[in-house]
Design a protein. Structure first.
Ligand code: UDP
Ligand code: MG
Length: 334
């Protein structure tokens, strides 16, 4: 049997949660018919909701023993919710999806199709439109992805989402990244593994409201930049160098001008040159400090140095697994 864990972070989702449960059980029921080897667990993370989300989760857990939930002591944010879900999931495959049906459960069979034979380690959706979103918001989002991909080595695909069907191996790699400030879009991409994108049109929420304000998203995007790029720290070095170059040019100009025409205001040209030169040097030195700081910053994240996807050991184990299962069909002795 293969267990699929469906991790769902929820924050004030009382309106959509029952709808989500109906929808997801319908889809997983059909999947279990197509692939009899599949079992499911639903792991809801109640991220400090202030509405009836928790009582609804309790009643779902009473009704259905596949339902598990973790309820936070306060609102920690979706990133923490996803981490808790991944950490506590028991499945061989792990799905992360929103509770608001903006990540249509109907994609799950297709996603499993990509992942089941080991061709891909992750299947995910990519919005090709931002229908239903304000123009300003999509403009900023586009700019964010552009800037981010310029200054960071980690590629972040425009329109990529946190709706993912992943193998245990990839999830373990994600969990190895124990950094506190989590930016999942970057983390999913940083760990590597082969990812299959499924393109689709944006779906609007059937009920409830988005808990992301424009300001919240803006702060989150800054977090993304800071977590996956140290370019902002290098900017002061660059400004310092530019300032020093200007100072040198000014100095040369001043010397020539003074020699040729004499000084108009005594001491003024030299003062300006000194200001430019010193502030340039200062910025430059701050930049150097920044470079060291950025190294320390990356070290303190304790990211894994590498992530191996396959070794001979793993290969043999998998081969033995397949060999055992194929002839008997089911194996209950273990
Ligand atoms: N969410 C969460 N904690 C938060 C905010 C959101 O767990 O602090 C969950 C929310 O319940 C939903 C998902 O994250 O399942 C996406 O949130 P939302 O729909 O508000 O964001 P949007 O789709 O507008 O980006
Ligand atoms: Mg949403």
């Amino acid at each position: 049997m293969k267990l699929v864990s469906i991790v769902v972070p929820c924050y004030n989702e009382q309106e959509v949660l029952p709808m989500f449960y109906d929808e997801i059980t319908k889809v997983t029921g059909e999947m279990a018919k197509t692939w009899p080897e599949l079992e499911f667990e639903y792991l809801f993370i109640n991220d400090g909701s202030k509405d009836n989300t928790l009582p609804i989760l309790r009643s779902l857990a009473d009704r259905d023993k596949r339902v598990r939930y973790i309820s936070f002591s306060r609102n920690f944010g979706k990133e923490s919710g996803m981490y808790a879900g991944l950490k506590n999931s028991r499945g061989d495959y792990i799905v992360v999806m929103d509770a608001d049906l903006q990540h249509p459960p109907a994609f799950l069979p297709q996603m499993y199709g990509y992942v089941k034979d080991g061709e891909y380690d992750c299947a995910t959706t990519r919005r090709v439109s931002r229908k239903g979103e304000s123009k300003v918001r999509s403009w900023f989002a586009r700019k964010f992805y552009k800037i981010m991909n310029k200054i960071s080595q980690t590629e972040i695909v425009d329109g990529a989402q946190d709706f993912r069907f992943m193998t245990r191996q990839m999830v373990d790699a994600i969990l190895d990244m124990s950094e506190y400030n989590r930016f999942s879009k970057g983390i999913f991409s940083w760990v590597g593994f082969s990812t299959r994108y499924i393109e689709y049109e944006n779906v609007e929420r059937p009920a409830g409201t988005s808990s992301w304000s424009f300001w919240g998203l803006f702060k989150y995007s800054l977090e993304g930049i800071m977590a996956f790029s140290t370019a902002p720290l290098a900017i002061s070095s660059l400004l310092g160098i530019i300032s020093c170059v200007i100072a040198f040019i000014l100095m040369i100009v001043t010397v020539i001008k003074t020699l040729a025409f004499g000084e108009d205001v005594a001491g003024y040209p030299t003062t300006i040159c000194v200001i430019f030169l010193l502030s340039g040097l200062q910025l430059f030195c701050t930049g150097i400090l920044g470079q060291y700081l950025s190294k320390t910053y990356l070290e303190t994240k304790h990211r894994p140095i590498y992530i191996a996807k396959e070794t001979d050991e793993l290969y043999r184990e998998r081969k033995a697994d397949k060999g055992q299962k194929a002839p008997s069909g089911e194996d209950k002795s273990a």
